[in-house]
Ligand binder design. Structure first.
Ligand code: NAD
Ligand code: UDP
Ligand code: UDP
Length: 315
C-alpha cells in the first residue's frame, strides 16, 4: 500500500464524493469529509460514521477552512441543473470562492489539490469528440452559466495558483457519470429514467431524444480520480475522464425499460435551453498518461444502479 495519508474530500457526502470516501478508506487512508449537505445526504456516508479512518465536518467551502491534510479532492458543487440553478449565485460562489479557499489551504499546506471540473466547460461543443485542447462554446449569461462559467473560473484559478505559487494541481474534466447514490430527484437522465420506470410513470424524453451522451460508471471514474491524483507532478491536466460509448437519450430510455421490465410509456417534453446536442470525451490523454479507461459496460452499470434504486424506493 502507498503511504497512509490524511485526505480532505469536499462534497464528500455527495454522489461521487461518497464513493471516493469509500475508495480512499479501503486504500488505507484517513478521510476528512467536508460537506454542507446542500445536495449530499447523510445516508450516503452513514456506513462510514464511527469508522476510525473517517471524519465528517459540516462546512460550506465558500468560507475559509483551517485543517491539516496531505491531499485535497475538491468536489463541492451541486452538479445537476435543477440543483445548480436553484440558487445560481451560490453555485458560482461555491465554485469560485470554494476554489480560492481550497487553493489557499493547499498553498499553506504545500499539498496536492484535485479539482472536479466538468465537460460543461466545453459548453455546446462544435468539436466532436472533445479533446482537452478545445476551448469550448459556452454561453456566459444563460441558465447553465453559473455552473459552466463557475467551473471555468475555478480551472483558471487552479492554473494561476500552479503558475504563480507552484502548487501541484490535478484538474479532471468529468463527463456524465452514473451509479448508486445518485440523488433520485436531481433530474439527471439516468436517475430520472430509472425512477420513472420503477414507479411505472412515463419516461420523459426532452426534445426528440436524438441528443447523445456517453455514460461512465462511478467506480471507473473514481479509479481515474485516484490515478490522476497520484500521477507524476508535471501532469496537471486538464484530463478528460468519461466513457466513450455514445448513446442517444432515446436508446437509454429503451434500455432502462427493457432492463426494469417496466410498462412505462415514452413521452416528449421540451428540450431545456442550451442543452448540448452531442457529448463524447476523447480520453486519449487519460489512456496514455494514466493507463486508464472505463471497464464497465452500460448494461452492467445500469443493473447495479437499478438494484440501488429498487432498494431505495422499495420498488
Ligand atoms: P452531488 O451534488 O451529489 O455532490 C456535490 C456535493 O457537494 C454534495 O454533497 C453537496 O452537499 C456538496 N456541496 C455543495 N455546495 C457546497 C458548499 N458550498 N460547501 C460544501 N459542500 C457543498 O454531485 P456529484 O455528481 O457527486 O458531483 C461532484 C462533483 O463532480 C461536482 O463538483 C460536480 O460539478 C462534478 N461533476 C460531476 C459529474 C457527474 O456526472 N456526476 C459530471 C461532471 C462534474
Ligand atoms: N484559506 C483557507 N485555509 C487556509 C489558508 C487559506 O481557507 O489554510 C483561504 C483564506 O480565506 C484565503 C484564501 O484561502 O483568503 C486564499 O488564500 P491565499 O493564501 O491564496 O490568499 P490570501 O490569504 O492572501 O487571501
Ligand atoms: N434528459 C431527458 N429526460 C430527463 C432528463 C434529462 O431527456 O428526464 C436529457 C437532457 O435534456 C439531456 C440529457 O438527457 O439532453 C442528459 O441530461 P442530464 O441532465 O443528465 O445531463 P447533462 O445535460 O448535464 O449532460
Amino acid at each position: 500500500m502507498a503511504e497512509r495519508k490524511t485526505i480532505l474530500i469536499t462534497g464528500g457526502a455527495g454522489f461521487l464524493g461518497s464513493h471516493l470516501c469509500d475508495r480512499l478508506i479501503a486504500d488505507g487512508h484517513d478521510v476528512i469529509c467536508v460537506d454542507n449537505f446542500f445536495t449530499g445526504a447523510k445516508h450516503n456516508i452513514e456506513h462510514l460514521i464511527g469508522h476510525p479512518s473517517f471524519e465528517l465536518i459540516r462546512h460550506d467551502v465558500t468560507f475559509p477552512l483551517y485543517i491539516e491534510v496531505h491531499q485535497i479532492y475538491n468536489l463541492a458543487c451541486p452538479a445537476s441543473p435543477i440543483h445548480y440553478q436553484h440558487d445560481p449565485v451560490q453555485t458560482t460562489k461555491t465554485s469560485v470562492h470554494g476554489a480560492i479557499n481550497m487553493l489557499g489551504l493547499a498553498k499553506r499546506l504545500k499539498c496536492r489539490i484535485f479539482q472536479a471540473s466538468t465537460s460543461e466547460v466545453y459548453g455546446d461543443p462544435s468539436v466532436h469528440p472533445q479533446t482537452e485542447a478545445y476551448w469550448g462554446n459556452v454561453n456566459p449569461i444563460g441558465p447553465r452559466s453559473c455552473y459552466d462559467e463557475g467551473k471555468r473560473c475555478a480551472e483558471t484559478l487552479f492554473f494561476d495558483y500552479h503558475h504563480q505559487h507552484k502548487l501541484e494541481i490535478k484538474v479532471a474534466r468529468i463527463f456524465n457519470t452514473y451509479g448508486p447514490r445518485m440523488h433520485p430527484k436531481d433530474g439527471r437522465v439516468v436517475s430520472n429514467f430509472i425512477v420513472q420506470a420503477l414507479q411505472g410513470e412515463p419516461i420523459t424524453i426532452y426534445g426528440d431524444g436524438c441528443q447523445t451522451r456517453s455514460f461512465c460508471y462511478v467506480d471507473d471514474l473514481i479509479e481515474g480520480f485516484v490515478r490522476l491524483m497520484n500521477s507524476p507532478s508535471d501532469l496537471t491536466g486538464p484530463v478528460n475522464l468519461g466513457n466513450q460509448s455514445e448513446f442517444t437519450i432515446r436508446q437509454l430510455a429503451e434500455k432502462v425499460i427493457e432492463m426494469t421490465g417496466s410498462r412505462s410509456e415514452l413521452i416528449s417534453k421540451p428540450l431545456p435551453a442550451d442543452d448540448p446536442r452531442q457529448r463524447q470525451p476523447d480520453i486519449s490523454l487519460a489512456t496514455q498518461k494514466l493507463g486508464w479507461q472505463p471497464a464497465t459496460p452500460l448494461a452492467e452499470g445500469l443493473e447495479r444502479t437499478i438494484a440501488y434504486f429498487r432498494t431505495l424506493l422499495g420498488a
